[in-house]
Design a binder for this molecule. Sequence first.
Ligand code: HEC
Length: 149
Amino acid sequence: MSNGLLALAISSTTPALAAPDGAALFMRCAACHLPTGEGVPGSFPALRGQIVRFARKPAGREYMVTVVTHGLTGALTANGAVFDNFMPAQVLTDDQAAAVLTYVANDIAGAKPPVRPFTPAEVAAIRARHQAASAQASRTLRPDALAGK
Ligand code: HEC
């Protein structure tokens, strides 16, 4: 193999150097929340204004990270609709969780101005604080006052 081909082979097998693609990762979420994030009444909440409000406050960011890392279950009201369903924990690295949550807040929920991006270090710190968490425990972290009705 020439040096040029070797360099090409190495660069195409080191995806860790590139930031994860939030839009591509959102395909996993879209299976339930739909590609637009509009959700399904009674089953999957829309990822809309409540997500923007959560992402602007530390407590809300902690909740969003915990929902993806540990799942979520329990009754809640989002955008005027009631849900009492179950979201499984999502298998994501810290980089991937940060990328997909930033994408959800800024692109799917359309935050204007954009929210501060979630960082891998922030996700790691929240994960470390909630090692024994569960889908039920995530519900207790939801800042319902920010969610509105
Ligand atoms: C298998 C279906 C499913 C998948 C996949 C899924 N979710 Fe969920 N999600 C749910 C359900 C169901 C709820 C509501 C749980 C309840 O009723 O307690 C929820 C709730 C949420 C909430 C909380 C909304 C609120 O108003 O409190 C966020 C944030 C969220 N999901 C983000 C994501 C992201 C980001 C992904 C992809 C990485 C994802 N979800 C993947 C089913 C899913």
